[in-house]
Design a protein around this ligand. Structure first.
Ligand code: HGY
Ligand code: MN
Ligand code: MN
Length: 418
């Protein structure tokens, strides 16, 4: 079987070019960040650029009704299920150049390298990018891949709105990515996503490659706390219904739940918190906060959600503040396919690359596609301790090149060389 070596310089140039679509000067870090929220004009421009790279690589491009985009490289036997690579090109509002982009641009680089090596595969090979993986604009992460895999309906996804009331449906149409292809995609023979680890495991192990064993459970909820506005000076402490105080108690309780050990390896984050009316001399009448919980154990995740709901209900008694929860996203822990993991391991060994196995702390499209076909992931080491979802997110040409070489040769093994 041919050993593929991708063109690392071309991959890196593409990553740096894509990074500038939505690029901004981040005041907090003094670095260049990326703000490319799903279905914005920046996302649309990035989509058009990536589609042009797919087309230049000879891929047949299709867009489905939730805006997922796939480029297909034909195989000798078109009746066989494809080997699919993919990830996402939308970012969080203060993102970096690699989260998602590496798996998409790496997949295109694999196709180009197969072309240049004159490689024909038995199975078709596809590379795709999924809509709104980050969930930061429309409130549900892995949106496009969840629809592709049938966990969420197209109607539900189309109806989601952003803070300004714009719907997914209207935004897809506005940017011209409300494609005709059916969103329920054909099951792949295998799916491999190459992604930066976004954490410290690979860096501390001193390896470039991770073989991902699975993804932990994710719970996103929005909590609204309703108290009563009153004068900050004249209102006695015992007469207050302070939504700000109640919100602060929730934030502290989320961290206590993580530290106490009762909920296993729980990780909890209150990432956004808004107080209203937000004036110095007015006791907050309302607080709206988001709670992001992660846990490798589904049972302990459920226990954590239940405990937090009971804690929030107690705020009524303690502060006269009513709690209302809204579900944003919920995914169970997922274990990746052993067979695909084994192919990735064989490939890394054959390329002489060291690796560790790790569960993913972050959510990924792979966890959705795992519902319709054997899926696994390749992690690529990041620098700065693997930090991510910040402009400090950084990997390097060698790690990205090694990860994409593993992707290319694992895909060739799975697709079969003709
Ligand atoms: O939130 C996550 O884990 C992913 O970055 N969407
Ligand atoms: Mn990602
Ligand atoms: Mn991300």
């Amino acid at each position: 079987m041919t050993v593929i070596r991708v063109n690392r310089d071309r991959l890196w140039r593409n990553l740096m070019q894509l990074k500038e679509i939505g690029g901004y000067d981040d005041a907090a870090t003094g670095l260049r960040g990326v703000r490319r929220l799903a279905l914005t004009d920046e996302d649309a421009e990035a989509r058009r650029l990536v589609v042009s790279w797919m087309t230049e690589a000879g891929l047949t491009v299709r867009v489905d009704r939730i805006g997922n985009v796939y480029g297909e490289r034909p195989g000798e036997d078109p009746t066989l299920a494809c080997v699919l690579m993919g990830s996402h090109i939308d970012t969080v509002a203060t993102g970096g150049a690699f989260d998602g982009a590496l798996g998409v641009l790496g997949g295109i680089e694999v196709a180009r390298s197969m072309n240049e090596a004159g490689i024909r595969t038995r199975r078709p090979v596809e590379v795709g990018f999924f809509t709104e993986e980050e969930g930061v604009r429309f409130g549900t992460d892995m949106l496009g891949s969840a629809v592709a895999a049938g966990r969420l309906t197209l109607g539900h996804a189309h109806g989601l709105t952003d803070a300004g009331g714009a719907t997914v449906r209207d935004e897809l149409a506005r940017i011209g990515f409300d494609g005709p292809a059916p969103e329920a995609r054909p099951a792949p023979h295998a799916y491999i996503e190459c992604h930066i680890e976004q954490g410290p495991i690979l860096a501390s192990a001193g390896v470039d490659i991770g073989i991902v064993t699975g993804v932990q459970a994710i719970s996103w909820q929005r909590l609204t706390l309703a108290g009563e506005a009153a004068h900050a000076g004249t209102t006695p402490i015992t007469a207050r219904h302070d939504a700000g105080l109640a919100a602060a108690e929730v934030v502290v309780e989320v961290r206590r739940m993580c530290d106490c050990g009762d909920f296993g390896q729980l990780r909890g984050t209150v990432g956004s918190l808004a107080l209203a009316p937000g004036q110095t001399n007015v006791i907050p009448a309302a607080a709206v906060l988001t709670v992001d919980l992660r846990n490798p154990d589904d049972g302990l995740m459920t226990a954590a959600e239940k405990h937090l709901a009971e804690f929030a209900a107690g705020l009524a008694e303690r502060h006269g503040v009513a709690a209302t929860w809204q579900r944003m996203a919920k995914t169970a822990a997922v274990t990746f396919d052993e067979g695909v993991q084994a192919v990735i391991a064989e490939t890394a060994d054959a390329l002489g690359l060291g690796y560790v196995r790790a569960m993913s702390g972050a959510g990924h499209d792979a966890q959705e596609i795992a519902a319709i076909g054997p899926a696994a992931m390749i992690f690529v080491a990041g620098e700065n301790g693997g930090i991510s979802h910040t402009p400090r997110e950084y990997s390097n040409p060698t790690a990205c090149g090694n990860g994409t070489d593993v992707l290319a040769n694992a895909v060739l093994r799975l697709a079969g060389q003709a």
